[in-house]
Design a protein around this ligand. Sequence first.
Ligand SMILES: [Zn+2]
Length: 463
Amino acid sequence: MKQTFAIATGKALLILLQRTGRGGTALPGLIAQRLDPHILTGLTARLPSGSAVVTGTNGKTTTTRLFSTILQQAGLKVVNNRSGSNLIRGLTSTLLDQATFSGKLVADVGLFEVDEAAFPQAIAEIGPRLILVNNLFRDQLDRYGEIDTIRKRWVASVQKLGVGTTLVLNADDPSVAYLARFAPTGVRTVFFGLDDPAQTLSELPHAVDATKCVVCGSPLRYSAVYISHMGHYQCTNCDFKRPEPDYLAQNILLQGTSTTQFTLTTPAEPLPLSLGVPGLYNVYNATGAAAAALTLGLAPENVRLGLAEFKAAFGRIERVALAEDKALLLALVKNPVGFNEVLRMLTTSAEPKLKLLIIINDLIADGRDVSWLWDVDFEVLAGKVEQVFTGGLRAADMAVRLKYAGVASSLIRVEEDIATVLKEATEHLLPGETLYVTPTYTAMLQTRQILQKMGMVLPFWEE
Ligand SMILES: [Zn+2]
């Protein structure tokens, strides 16, 4: 009774706000939650095919969307959340949007993206059938201690999982694989990972977060490193090592900035996959999404079509066409690991010499401390760039970092004002060329606004 009233009230408020052009807030969720503290549990329980949750530091937005595209291929109606402000309230609002006044949901399945910190509460309230954990990276804002705190909280929530839940874990990330040790009886654990000698790094990158064993604290020994601390590891002291994955990405073919191909080894037939987005980190995202979908019993054909059709229209990377066959490629950068991956993608792309624009702001949403730029391996750019523009509030700091990385000063042009630097950099392009633009979060928002004012049609973007 209480719940019926809470749903109807929240729903009415949501419609009112939408009609007056103030939709998209978490307010209806907040009000409904006040009326019934268990409303989120109640609403998710009404989804006929249940819910799945995706968490991790990097790539969860893309992974969630890949997973969602696969579910839609299978004919399911999916309800997704928007990441951002108060998660539980936001989730409640999202579900109210998909509910009728009587509380019937029009979606079949809920697929929710949850950040690392909100994970325990979200799991407890949603009660998902499946949980996909991508990775755990240090955040630039909180360098010390945070990983251990989050890992402990994750362990505590895994210990409380109900019988019948499935955990889909990245075997290549020690902190994530470690969670399997705490899964109660009746909780199924599935691992995914990469296995491709051609994609390994020769050493652990600067930005690496965790090279110590999560069980005993001794050093980990890696026989392969793919991204940051993710790879094939084994403790030099105890029995902790990378578990054997059930789903394995092999024969990975990175085709510059457009597509990626790989073979997914599964417990059944191997599945050749083509992915509509570039970069090795997206192979991790796609492998996780595919493993989750196949574990839920979806057909391999749905996985294949879903991944092939997926475009990063609203993802981390987008291409904007300009006049004279020129183009911009925008890739959001927010931490050393993500930035290293973007640099790896750019320096393995077909372009012999890059034209690059790096825009660094240090507002709250970007992180106030730009010392994280020293953890990015800009050294890979030396000899690979034709011209680098640096823009944004910290354009000068960025230029200094590039000089230390071995990029010749004569190739670096510093201009704080984003509109000016964007104009200069695009004017510098020859017909047929692409300018690669890597902005931080608020710089991305500004860049998009400026491009829109210049009359460019941009695909939808959110983060
Ligand atoms: Zn150990």
